[in-house]
Design a protein around this ligand. Sequence first.
Ligand code: ATP
Ligand code: MG
Length: 762
Amino acid sequence: MAELTPPPHFLRALVAADQARGAYGGRVVTRFPPEPNGYLHIGHAKSICLNFGLAAEFGGVCHLRYDDTNPETEREEYVAKILEYVRWLGFDPGKNIFFASDYFGKLYDYANYLIRHGRAYVCDLPDEEISRQRGSVSEPGTNSPYRERSVAENLDLFARMQAGEFPEGSRVLRAKIDMANPNFKMRDPLLYRIKFAHHYRTGDTWKVYPFYDFAHCLSDAIEKITHSICTLEFENNRELYDWILAACDIEDPPHQHEFARLNLTYTVMSKRRFLRLVNEGYVEGWDDPRMPTLAGLRRRGVTPEALRALADRVGVAKANSVVEVELFENLLRDDLNGRAPRGLAVLRPLPVTLTNWPADRVDRIEAPLFPADLGVPGSRTLSLGQKLFLDRSDFAEVPPKGWHRLAPGGEVRLRHGPVVRCDEVVKDAAGEVVELRCSADLATLDGRNPEGRKVRGVVHWVDAATAVPAELRLYERLVNVEKPTADDFLQELNPRSLEVVRGLVEPAVVAAGASAHWQFERLGYFFRDPAREGVAFNRTVTLREGWTAEEPPKAPSEAGSGKAAPTKPAAETAPVAPNAAKALDPEVAARRDALVAAYALPDAVARVIAAEAGTDALFRAAAVTGKPTSVAVFLANVVVGELRAAKADPAAVDGAALGRLVARVDDGTLGAAQARKVLSVLLTEGGDPDTIIAREGLAKVSDPAQIGAWADAVIARSPAEVARYQAGQKNLVGFFVGKVLAESGGRADAGATQRVVGQKLG
Ligand code: ATP
Ligand code: MG
């Protein structure tokens, strides 16, 4: 990805102006101030990029400051993780790592400084009373009865608060500002409270703890921060920030500047809500790949580059807005496109046997790791043997209109491999497709595309002998609604946010090890999960927006969805046959039931035949002379379409002849392409299949002498390939077989051709 000049924004302009007029002696010091009470999220990434980015741009430094002034929620575990993720994002605070808790002593001194100057006082009112006396938008607040305590009394009381002499909540230290100030924050705000909690770094030393407003500005001052950048909700606090620094007589004080926080659609973004998701078991942990935490995103396969690109792209605004998560997904695709090598994986394996491929033949295919236009070098070797797997979603027994993938009698190209034709669909007793028997067109190996060969679909596949089982974890959005509501977000969780599929991947993908990015062709970008044992890949993002074509139709969602806790992986969804749920016309249903009962036909095939009385009758007539299941598949997948195209009446077709034609395919006399030729003659002129086969010379040829003659012609025309073959490029045998088959007009038997070519080439 090319480094773009970051777009201008108001903070950059402001820092530039400060530096130009010599403010802070030209120094630029920013800070990123996380509270170590949870893991960083994608919103923090924006703040990190902004603070570290500005410092780098202006020759300054950015501090990492743990804002750990609240003893109850902070933990060492989070401290380490925050630093790890700042570094992962590509930024290094170096030695500039600080803790606000290290300033507790200095902050206590500043509090006493304010008391001595009559700028702060100890107030004994209970919390509720303090709130009540604060007034409203239209009315000023009421002065506390303790406001005019003497400096001596205040110093004494504050010291005894720290000594632990008073119970928690009994007294607070307040700034003495103005109870009528239109800004509520300025109405004698609280600076310190009594707390007997144990702090993870300072232990039990402190009995009083500062509030954010007091601690933050002074921490900035202590570190000589110049630009204190925070999110918009602190806009009203700025006046107090400035007041405290002035009241403490800080020289050359830092200034606070606010920008809009990052919000994303379909994303919950707050540590408080993450805690609920984790603690109540809706996700597996802070680093669950569905979480928008940096830990979760990293495990999912999101890159620091994509996060930095997002920060640049959304820019820095003065008004809150919600960024569409699709913008981020597109930036992620842009980044992964150039870095994720391509591999082959199959989500739901469907066994395929190449019937014309010798059992012991294994071709090695050198396949590039990246598409040519990216210009990234590298390749891996794929094996292709007699048995392989396709994705179940790439096969349809009854293909819908416009189907480019595999169907009975149809062809597709295997990615980097040959064109294959589906000759036979094998099913189990339940009618489930358990295997496809296909023939490979050897003339199309090595990516060749002989003239006149039109194959629209390219499908992914894996070699059965070498593929590696893998857990493929497919993620959907964690919440179902664009803008999750603050308190009800648990009701809005997507119960299908995770689907675990046991699939197969090509071996090179596993050999690359953990934490590797891959693009599984047509399925999406995946990342080998470093935190999971065995071979598991998280889908980082699909290849295109809203891309679901690869996924089988999902079962209808269960009632009351949304409330279920998606802790457990959703059950593996079985593919559902297209149209399975459509109600049938009762007459059609009766015919379908009769066909299934009498011939044990699979439902999907029986439906097509039963759709009309004419095709039903044609099938019954043909099933007398041909094997019923073969007749049914040929009728449903080939004949029905031809009849429709020719607007022909099934009653005009000779059923017995059609049955004999199918028998010729079954007994090996005819190839599928030749069977179609015979059929077209049957439909237009009628006649007997055997006569047509003989007259047109369509029968398969197995005679070695005849095939040998075709082979000689091919070899004579291909001196260059012969030389390469003899020089050791043995996989060219596929090239020759394909050429010989073409020479024969498709009549040569593939197996016999293979043998003859092998002998001829020696
Ligand atoms: P959350 O509300 O998600 O728990 P927080 O603001 O409490 O976050 P802090 O640890 O206090 O988390 O935040 C550290 C810094 O990150 C602060 O400067 C804060 O303004 C900034 N920040 C937090 N969330 C976002 C966000 N969504 N977009 C940009 N900056 C953010
Ligand atoms: Mg916070």
